[in-house]
Design a binder for this molecule. Structure first.
Ligand code: NAD
Length: 338
């Protein structure tokens, strides 16, 4: 039961490795450490009592990918996280994003095509829906033109897998469309490690709470929502990690219907930026210094998941609350600043 986790030292990947090892899977991680540190291995080992195999490798290097699959010919499934993920950076460096997020996927699929049977889980995103016309968002909502090269790589990535599955019945794939992953493992031995200025709300909040940032900017308060701020579906990263295990088991057990499936992974509940700030202030006991600034281009007003398909078909449901996630993120921020 050997599973390859690409990007397994990153934020989501590391939490998935923990859940896989807890469920008895043998894990081999590939990561080039472009957005992570080898120290994450220590955290995973401390939590699970087992050190996963690790190969420092850049998946853009095709011959290395080919050699890796020859060496690890017994890989039963791949969970593919490795990608570049900064939306703003992708606008400035589109080719880096298309190369890193698409070539790596193609090289892996080419190796999986050679195998008698293989399983792959792909990290997609709710950004594929853009501003959906109907909320909550179901998997059948139309895909909207991407707002950034990063978002486009997720749409194209899904298309690449879908087209490959049409001609390769030996490949079984699931694309998971994540809503907004936040939080950290309760042990605070692994969590999110943003390099430079955080791109996402929660690390910005926790860094502001710690005094590392002077002020949080809230982009716009006149959206057509109850308090005027944008609404997102924040999902605890541990719940998200468990969804990967459920999806992988579905493929391994042959329970899938068709060899390409898509699931929304969220909580089903939308929270506004102001609600998140209030919840953070409550769990941390800290007042947060924030100000309302102009809207940002490309921000959708509201996005939250209809999780009926994941609940009924994967047998998975998010269990942890927004406050659980914020408290874990806050504890993690304090831990890494010690
Ligand atoms: P992350 O940056 O923390 O993890 C990605 C890991 O992949 C990093 O450890 C990085 O070093 C590694 N990596 C990148 N390029 C590589 C390459 N060419 N070869 C080997 N390793 C490489 O990101 P994350 O937040 O854990 O996201 C994981 C996946 O989920 C990504 O595909 C991301 O696009 C997707 N996703 C993330 C979010 C989110 O909000 N975090 C939302 C939707 C989808």
């Amino acid at each position: 039961m050997k599973i390859l986790v690409t990007g397994g030292l990153g934020f989501i990947g590391s939490h998935v490795v923990v859940e896989l090892q807890n469920e008895g899977f043998e894990v081999v991680i590939i990561d080039n450490l472009s957005n992570s540190s080898e120290d994450v291995l220590k955290g995973i080992t401390a939590i699970t009592g087992k050190q996963p195999l690790f190969e420092k490798l850049d998946l853009r290097d095709k011959p290395l990918v080919v050699d890796f699959f020859k060496k690890h010919h017994d890989i039963l499934g791949v969970i593919h996280f490795a990608a570049s993920k900064a939306v703003g950076e992708s606008v400035d460096l589109p080719l880096l994003y298309y190369e890193n997020n698409l070539n790596t996927l193609i090289y892996i699929l080419q190796e999986l095509q050679k195998k008698e049977a293989s399983n792959i889980i792909f990290s997609s995103s709710c950004t594929v829906y853009g501003q959906a016309d109907v909320l909550p968002i179901t998997e059948s909502a139309p895909i909207k033109p991407a707002e950034s090269p990063y978002g486009n790589t997720k749409q194209i990535g899904e298309e690449i897998i879908k087209d490959t599955c049409k001609v390769s019945s030996n490949i079984n794939a699931i694309a998971l469309r994540y809503f907004n992953p936040i939080g950290a493992h309760e042990s605070v031995k692994i969590g999110e490690l943003p390099i430079g200025t955080p791109q996402n709300l929660i690390p910005f909040i926790t860094q502001t709470g710690m005094g590392l940032r002077e002020q949080l900017s809230v982009f716009g308060d006149d959206y057509p929502t109850e308090d005027g701020t944008c609404i997102r579906d924040y999902i605890h990263v541990v719940d998200l990690a468990k969804a990967h295990v459920a999806a992988l088991k579905r493929l391994i057990n042959g329970d899938n219907s068709g060899n390409y499936e898509v699931f929304n992974i969220g909580t089903g509940k939308g929270s506004s930026v102001i609600e998140v700030i209030n919840a953070f202030e409550e769990v941390s006991g800290q007042k947060l210094n924030y100000k309302i600034v102009d809207k940002r281009a490309g921000d959708v007003i509201a996005a939250f998941a209809d999780t009926t398909k994941a609940n009924n078909v994967l047998g998975w449901k998010s269990e942890l609350s927004l406050k659980d996630a914020l408290l874990s993120a806050w504890k993690w921020e304090q831990e890494i600043r010690k």
